[in-house]
Structures are given as C-alpha cells and as structure tokens.
Design a protein around this ligand. Structure first.
Ligand SMILES: Cc1cc2nc3c(=O)[nH]c(=O)nc-3n(C[C@H](O)[C@H](O)[C@H](O)COP(=O)(O)O)c2cc1C
Ligand code: SF4
Ligand code: SF4
Length: 268
C-alpha cells in the first residue's frame, strides 16, 4: 500500500507530542508530511476534514491517565472511512493508564483504523529544576525509538495489499476508563508574578484554551485553564507559574515517586 502522504494531527501544549510525531514520520520516510496542529483555540472550528487514502498519525498528551479532554472535540473534526491511523500518547513518566485505549476507541468512532500505537515519554508538564520528572525528554534515545517505530509501520504497510488486511491493535487499559471528573485540579490555574512580568503577551499566544488576556495586566480565566503549563514554559522572565498548594503537593509527590526511567512502548 502507498503511504507517501502522512498527516500529523496533534494537541501538544508543551511540544513533546509534536516532536515525537515528527520523529515517527521521519522514520516512515514519507514524501509529504502535513501538520494538523490542533493545539490553539482557533482549531476548535476547523472545516470538517474527510480524510481518505492517507495515513494519519494522532498524538495527544495523557492528562490524569486519559486523553486530554480539550483535544477530543478538536480531533473529532477529522472524519474517515477506514483510513489507516497510528495513535500515540505522550506521558510524563508516571503512567499512561487508559489513554491509549481511549484514543484507539475514539479514532475508531471517527472512522479510522488504528494499525499501530505507542506510548512515549515527554518532560512532565509540571516538572522544573526543583521537581524534575523526565526533564529534557523526549531525548536522543526516545527519538531513536520514534524513528524505529516509523520504520516498522512502513514495513507493515509494505506487506499489505489492502487496508482490509491490516491487523488492528489491542492497547492496554480498562473500560470504563479511569474517572477524571472529580479531579482536585479542576478549579486551579496558572498565575502571574506581577513584579517579574514585562507584559509581552507570549503566554496569551500559546494558551490552548484562550484563558489569558494581556493588557495593563495579565488576566487569567481560572475556570478555563487546563493547567497545561504552556504559558509557564514559554514565559521568558519566569513570571508565569503554577503555584497552587494542591498542585504543588501532587506534582512533588509524582516527582518523588516516578523517577525510574520508563521507555517507549509500541503496539504493531
Ligand atoms: C493536567 C495534567 C495531567 C497530567 N497527567 C499525567 C498522567 O496521568 N501521567 C503522566 O505520566 N503524565 C501526566 N501529565 C504529563 C504530560 O502527559 C506530559 O508532560 C506530556 O509529555 C505533555 O505533552 P505536550 O508536551 O505535548 O503538551 C499530565 C500533565 C498535565 C498538564
Ligand atoms: S509571557 Fe510572562 S512576561 Fe510575558 S506577559 Fe506572560 S507572564 Fe508576563
Ligand atoms: S493559562 Fe492554563 S491553559 Fe492557558 S497556557 Fe497557562 S496553564 Fe495552559
């Protein structure tokens, strides 16, 4: 089968998912790679796309063991009729729990056929120098694994005469998925240290849910904030922080308890 055109469809507030998906596409050796970046709010209203005769690689971060809630309606704008797909979840070295299974089910409902999947590790959104967790990942070894995964997908395709022959994957996970609706993090948000803020507006530009307005001050919509940390990691002066006592408690606990390196796992 021909897979010269690959579309990468991802939600990636802090950029680790985007990096790994591009590594997989490189390993696949596709002639044409199209980026469908669903990270910013403008992508809430894409013209619905119907994708045929191509391969789509989906990528999302794991939030509380599940597919990021914000990503779901954005991904659902893509529709297909038995279009082959690769599904990838990125997690911060704790666990990906039911996220890969959830992404498998979601893309099937959209008409795709997930023929390969993987869980890769990226620097944890809440990590910093004081509470490191997978800092700097995906690193060289992760990117090597991403490219090797891409080569294996290419080999699987080369052996197929039609998509009907492709075997599906069975990702690990539980149904019903782990409950995320009673999360203690729901009402928390990133804040600004006024004395360090130069009102440059970068945080507002990168926020995936449009929760920030910068005029004479930085104003944050606390209900909208999903704690993705994109504003924190992109603020050049260190003025943007997630410094809620409950988030700090959870993030410090995760950092203390999940230091043992976890490597990517793939299903093909
Ligand atoms: C709200 C929230 C919840 C998260 N939950 C998990 C989790 O359950 N397990 C885990 O290992 N990492 C978790 N992470 C870390 C992210 O999955 C990880 O940092 C990922 O690489 C971020 O992807 P991105 O760089 O594409 O935004 C969470 C991050 C956030 C912001
Ligand atoms: S990115 Fe940082 S310095 Fe710039 S407006 Fe936002 S908080 Fe202020
Ligand atoms: S305000 Fe919240 S949702 Fe927006 S970038 Fe910052 S952490 Fe992410």
């Amino acid at each position: 089968m021909n897979i010269d055109t690959v579309k990468l469809a991802y939600f990636s507030p802090t950029g680790t998912t985007r990096k790994v998906l591009n590594g997989i596409a490189e390993g696949l050796g596709a002639n044409s790679i199209e980026q469908i970046d669903l990270t910013l709010p403008a992508t809430d209203t894409l013209k619905p796309a119907d994708i045929q005769n191509e391969l789509v690689i989906f990528g999302v971060p794991v939030y509380e063991g599940r597919v990021s809630k914000t990503a779901i309606p954005r991904l659902q704008q893509l529709r297909a009729d038995k279009t082959p797909a690769v599904i990838v979840v990125m997690y911060g070295n704790r666990d990906f729990e039911d996220a890969l299974l959830e992404l498998n089910d979601l893309t099937r409902e959209m008409g795709f056929l997930p023929i390969a999947g993987g869980a890769f590790v990226g620097e944890h959104s809440f990590a910093n120098e004081d509470r490191p967790l997978a800092n700097g990942r995906p690193d060289t070894d992760d990117m090597k694994a991403a490219k090797e995964f891409g080569s294996k997908i290419r080999a699987k395709f080369n052996d197929l005469k039609s998509i009907d022959e492709a075997s599906s994957i069975t990702p690990p996970g539980n149904t019903p998925y782990i409950d995320r609706d009673r999360s203690p993090m729901e009402a928390m948000a990133a804040t600004t240290l006024v004395e360090d803020c130069i009102l440059c507006g970068e945080c507002a530009t990168v926020c995936p849910v449009g929760a920030i307005t910068v005029e004479e001050a930085v104003i944050t919509d606390n209900i909208a904030c999903i704690l993705c940390n994109a504003c924190v990691k992109n603020c050049s002066t260190g003025a943007r922080v997630v410094d809620d006592p409950m988030v700090n408690k959870i993030a410090n606990w995760v950092s203390r308890n999940f230091q043992a390196r976890r490597d990517p796992v793939t299903f093909i």
